[in-house]
Design a protein around this ligand. Structure first.
Ligand SMILES: Nc1ncnc2c1ncn2[C@@H]1O[C@H](COP(=O)(O)OP(=O)(O)OP(=O)(O)O)[C@@H](O)[C@H]1O
Ligand SMILES: [Mg+2]
Ligand SMILES: [Zn+2]
Ligand SMILES: [Zn+2]
Length: 317
């Protein structure tokens, strides 16, 4: 039942609004919010009862042979209601409510790789685990949060996996606020260290204070020790070796000099060896090149002011 298709495609044609998905994801304030599509609010399969009689066959005695009998099983609509409610607890930002794998347009080969890594992860997620996560590294506006959003939406709504999304500096702020209300850091970190799949966005961001480093260390160490899957996005770079070697060997053009990485641009420097080492084991890395176009800017330049496509409801594909 876990990978049960919640769609209506098989039963009388796809809905024009949700494309047969039975749910929609829309922006509601600063959050992405899912709701059941009008076409599926009243369940045509179970008539709203929420369960169905399904026929099963079993052999209880060899003398009698196989016998058919009916059992009560939950209808797909029950699953749908649960998953939609779960999605609304994930914490995905509203700006990526529309994000899907299909509407991610790769301008660079590495973006194609990033999309494939996320798509493969989402479509081949094994609920019995363990699953290796991914780290997406790249400049601003290159669709990293977009891909995290598409991945989590697929996992929650199509596969039935419990996930959470956190933007790292908002997490630090939440914990700090929690302290003022008398909560311990663990009360906030606890559920995040236990959720099946956690996406940490903006890794490396922050002031790098002792409090921040300890919080991140605790969260990642707990997930690492429990063999849980974690996804990351970051603006910091992953691979210093190749470029550094070139510079040292004296073989470098102006381009190399321009793209040479400074220590403060490296994720390893930002999060420290302990965390970086764990990331290497927990995740596959995809790095988008520095010249990957900023989608926010290209969109702005292509569309005259006031003509931005409204962030309206879209079927999740
Ligand atoms: N390759 C792409 N194809 C389609 N839409 C994209 C692509 N890249 C970015 N976008 C859209 O542009 C906006 C910004 O993208 P997103 O927030 O994912 O960027 P980001 O890489 O996370 O940037 P930042 O590093 O600033 O967090 C979103 O609305 C997203 O859907
Ligand atoms: Mg982002
Ligand atoms: Zn519909
Ligand atoms: Zn039903």
């Amino acid at each position: 039942m876990d990978r049960a298709d919640m769609g209506t495609k098989g039963s009388g044609g796809a809905c024009g609004v949700c494309g047969g998905r039975t749910y929609l994801i829309e922006r509601q304030g600063d959050r992405a919010h899912a709701r059941i599509c009008e076409c599926s609010v009243e369940c045509k399969v179970c008539g709203g009862r929420g369960h169905l009689l399904v026929e099963q066959e079993a052999t209880f005695s060899t003398k009698v042979g196989p016998r058919k009998y009916e059992v009560l099983a939950p209808c797909a609509c029950t699953l749908r209601v649960k998953r939609v409610a779960r999605f609304n607890e994930v914490g995905l930002p509203g700006v990526v409510a529309h994000a899907t794998f299909d509407n991610y347009v790769p301008a660079k080969t590495q973006q194609d790789k990033a999309r494939n890594a996320a798509l493969h992860f989402a479509h081949h997620y094994d609920k019995k685990g363990p699953n290796k996560g991914f780290v997406l590294s790249g400049p601003v506006g290159t669709g990293k949060t977009h891909l995290l959003g598409a991945t989590l939406a697929h996992l929650v709504l199509e596969v039935g996996v419990a996930t959470r999304y956190v933007e790292i500096s908002l997490l630090y702020a939440t914990i700090r606020r929690g302290f003022q209300e008398g909560k311990s850091g663990g009360e906030i970190i606890g559920p995040l260290s236990e959720v099946e799949v956690l996406a940490i966005d903006e890794l490396g961001k922050g002031r790098g204070s002792q409090f921040e480093m300890e919080t991140l260390d605790e969260l990642i160490a707990r997930r690492y020790n429990a063999n849980r899957t974690t996804l990351f996005a970051t603006n910091y770079s992953l691979e210093p070796e190749r470029k550094a070697t070139r510079a040292v060997s004296g073989y470098h053009s102006t381009e190399d000099a321009k793209s040479a990485l400074r220590a403060e641009e490296l994720l390893r420097e930002r999060v420290g060896e302990r965390i970086y080492s764990r990331l290497c084991e927990m995740c596959t890395f995809v790095e988008l090149p520095k010249d990957t176009p900023d989608h926010r800017r290209t969109r702005h330049e292509l569309e005259p002011r006031g003509h931005h496509a409204p962030a309206k409801m879209r079927a999740h594909r």
